[in-house]
Design a binder for this molecule. Structure first.
Ligand code: NAP
Length: 272
């Protein structure tokens, strides 16, 4: 008998929010390669057209939708559009997100609202909109995108760390709430991947050297490094996994601790 292919997503539909660039496209491509059809969203869905064409060339059905996750009306409209499409959405990758890098003393109300409304409130209500259909069908996979900041705090990233820590807690709460409907909810937490969101930092070669030295695997993430984790969490392979945070970070979440210890040890030895 042929071995069961736990990772095959043929016949399933995955929605990926924030699919106009960056990690959203990495996730969507990995899911499409595993067989999933796609619903791709962005605030300007026309921007997804070239990527959607690439995914259709893989033989997948692709629908693109406008979605602003900060806007209640936009999320409600998306829910209606998905219902009107008929069929079932089995997989959600809650990827749309943003960041504001500022010392905490300079963070404004507007900065706070932008980051929390997008990353945390948006993820919750997008998940809620799709989970209604998943619950009716008794099956679903919700994958919330977190970050190393879901488990560690960094200066200059107050609202972002709060939103990503919140995503981890929200993941556990939703897993507890929705398990009864056959829906698993997990958090995929990437480390450092070069995208539009952090391009400015990668322009500083010295900073990149410092970063890569702190990563136990000694390099930043590459696009395909997230494929296995997202397909795992989207598929039958993870059927008894829920409420978890899977860090895909080259080990930096452990390395950060190590760097702190080394720094302290270094200081002590200087004193000696
Ligand atoms: N890059 C990393 O190293 C890294 C690490 C850990 C976690 N993350 C997280 O992973 C996600 C993707 O990151 P990325 O680096 O690919 O960022 P990015 O290049 O800036 O892309 C962000 C995506 O989110 C969408 N978006 C932003 N605000 C939105 C809103 N209000 N409504 C709907 N969509 C919105 C954008 O779409 P439109 O502008 O087209 O609407 C875009 O597609 C983010 O949540 C980020 O925080 C990134």
């Amino acid at each position: 008998m042929a071995a069961e292919n736990f990772f095959d997503l043929t016949g399933q539909t995955a929605m990926v929010t924030g699919a106009s660039r960056g990690l959203g496209q990495y996730f969507a491509r990995a899911l499409a390669r595993a067989g999933a059809d796609l619903i791709l969203t962005s605030r300007r869905s026309e921007e997804i057209a070239p990527f959607a064409a690439e995914m259709r060339a893989l033989g997948r059905s692709v629908v693109t939708l406008d979605l602003d996750v900060r806007e209640r009306a936009s999320i409600e409209r998306m829910g209606e559009q998905v219902k009107a499409l008929g069929g079932q959405v089995q997989i959600l990758v809650n990827n749309a997100g943003c960041n504001v890098r500022k010392p905490a003393l300079e963070v404004s109300w507007e900065d706070w609202n932008l980051v929390l409304d997008t990353n945390l409130r948006g993820s919750f209500f997008v998940a809620q909109a799709l989970a209604r259909g998943m619950a009716r069908h008794g099956y679903g996979r919700v994958i919330n995108i977190g970050s190393v900041t879901s488990v560690a705090g960094y200066a200059g990233l107050g609202p972002y760390c709060a939103s990503r820590g919140g995503i981890r807690q929200l993941t556990m709460s939703l897993a507890d709430d929705w398990g009864r409907y056959g829906i698993t909810v997990n958090c995929l937490a990437p480390g450092w991947f070069q995208t539009a969101q952090n391009r400015v930092m990668y322009e500083d070669a010295e900073w990149v050297r410092y970063l890569e030295d702190r990563i136990p695997l000694k390099r930043a993430g590459l696009p395909n490094d997230l494929d296995g984790a997202v397909v795992f969490l989207a598929s039958e392979a993870s059927r008894y996994v829920t409420g978890q945070t899977l860090l895909v970070d080259g080990g930096i979440s452990t390395g950060a601790v190590r760097a702190t210890r080394q720094a302290k040890a270094g200081k002590k030895s200087e004193g000696n």
